[in-house]
Ligand binder design. Structure first.
Ligand code: FAD
Length: 440
């Protein structure tokens, strides 16, 4: 089965032809207490009755929403997914450079950031990477492992979307439908959209985070959380390139495109992976990883030659080849342009024999312990994830249900659980979606 294209409505069922239709019936008006977005919590509105009843309504047909729908559907629940984009699962489609890094073999709670770090444990335990791999195998999707246990499709991320749609047979899916209001009502929740109004005793918010707004991402899930008086941990961009201030940009001019393995440390957090110099700053996996921890003003310590003691190596060369230029010696260890720029920055040059050890030590420190205070990040425009979100202390870690609002659930990226780079964010989406789908 292929993904819905521009169709506004897809009923993934062959059980009943008409079950998923949306009649514009003019039944008696529905009266309810409506919490209208941005308005007073008790404003009473009248909504015309053009609605359908379901057991579960899920807002957002991304990774988490689809997985939740699959699990709830297996249990015989009548599920409606409302998706505002014309196509479902936009972020799966573009993930992993089009091949989707759909999970990671080494998932552990340590791979996640959250104000409440133990929250993710239960869901991750109950739906492991092997559960998702079993699904991938069942659908004969070829995949391969890359470094650090990252699993990618051999062919295309679209295969993951098709697999999820196939597994979701039986649910009702409505695309190009934007949720405008949510209200508590006698029937549980009433969800008003630009294409009609729907009811269910259970409402699952799977709207993701606001990163990459050009894909239609927004903070809608946070608005909904606040509407129900839930705390939202301040959202900020994660897995995002960092930018230099004008002074650093000037000093490191001409390095864009250079890539090398580096260790980046911030407090007790440390990653060793590839670093890439860009026209505006630094990127590459090691920077994306640390960016989720970085806050404005923080200083990063970067080792551009992990495992190599630069001072010792320069001293050795000074003894064996004293006439060699410092920059030339350094260029044996680092890409030439970078070696030259760093030597200029440290104000060290000339023959090794004439370079005092204290200067060599200063230069070595620039390489092994470069202290960088980024000016900022490239922001939500390019961030792969949003750190922060709905405070998990208000949710059941078993089911994702809001403790103070029975029947309301938050799953996936909208929740304050953010994974490292490498398939961890999808694993959280699958795991939190499955936990919710088994309970809802
Ligand atoms: C470029 C890029 C590459 C990535 N690559 C990877 C990767 O390889 N591996 C990995 O693990 N993670 C990756 N991620 C992160 C991963 O995509 C997300 O963490 C994951 O998609 C979150 O799933 P979700 O279901 O919570 O949210 P989403 O996938 O964002 O889905 C939310 C859905 O809700 C819909 N929605 C929002 N508001 C409304 C509304 N008001 N009404 C109706 N619908 C609404 C949105 O349109 C969207 O379809 C990548 C992210 C990006 C941006």
């Amino acid at each position: 089965m292929s993904a819905p294209q521009s169709s506004a409505f897809l009923f993934l069922n062959n059980r009943s032809k008409n079950k998923g239709d949306f009649p514009d019936d003019a039944g008696p008006p529905f009266y309810g207490v409506i919490w209208k977005m941005g308005l007073a919590a008790t404003e009473t509105l009248t909504i015309p009755r053009s609605m359908q009843d379901f057991d579960v309504i899920i807002i957002g047909a991304g990774a988490a929403g689809l997985m939740c729908a699959i699990e709830a559907n297996k249990r015989g629940r009548r599920v409606l997914i409302l998706e505002r984009a014309p196509k479902i699962a936009g972020k799966i489609r573009i993930s992993g450079g089009g091949r989707s890094n759909f999970t990671n073999l080494h998932v552990s709670p340590a791979n996640y950031l959250s104000d409440n770090p133990r929250f993710c444990v239960s869901a991750l335990k109950r739906y492991s990477p092997h559960d998702f791999i079993a699904l991938v195998k069942k659908h004969h999707i070829a995949y391969h492992e890359r470094e650090h246990g990252q699993l990618f499709c051999d062919e295309s991320a679209q295969q993951i979307i098709d697999m999820l749609l196939d597994e979701a047979r039986g649910i009702t899916l409505r695309t190009a439908t934007t949720v405008t209001h949510v209200a508590r009502s006698a029937r549980g929740f009433t969800v008003a959209t630009d294409r009609g109004t729907f009811n269910a005793p259970a409402l699952v918010v799977a709207t993701g985070g606001p990163s990459i707004p050009k894909m239609g991402s927004s903070g809608f899930g946070y608005d909904l959380a606040r509407q129900f008086a839930l705390k939202v941990i301040e959202p900020r961009p994660g897995l995002v390139p960092l930018t230099f201030d004008a002074d650093t940009l000037g000093k490191l001019d001409g390095l864009a495109g250079i890539s090398l393995e580096a260790t980046v440390t911030l407090g007790k957090t440390r990653f060793t992976e590839a670093l890439l110099f860009t026209h505006r700053g630094v990127s590459g996996p090691v920077i994306l990883q640390i960016s989720s921890y970085w806050r404005e003003g923080d200083i990063l310590t970067i080792d551009l030659l992990p495992g190599v003691k630069v001072f010792k190596r320069l001293k050795e060369t000074k003894e064996t080849a004293p006439k060699k230029d410092v920059r030339t010696a350094l260029a044996h260890l680092l890409p030439k342009r970078l070696a030259h720029r760093m030597a200029e920055w440290a104000r060290v040059g000339g023959r090794l024999a004439e370079t005092p050890d204290k200067d060599l030590r200063r230069l070595a420190e620039h390489i092994n312990a470069w202290r960088l205070r980024p000016r900022g990040s490239e922001g939500l425009r390019t961030a792969e994830v949003t750190v922060g979100g709905v405070d998990t202390r208000q949710l059941s870690s078993q089911t994702m249900e809001v403790k103070s609002v029975p029947g309301l659930y938050f799953i996936g990226e909208v929740v304050d659980v953010t994974g490292h780079l490498g398939g961890f964010n999808f694993q959280w989406a699958w795991a939190s979606g499955a936990a919710c789908g088994k309970a809802v």
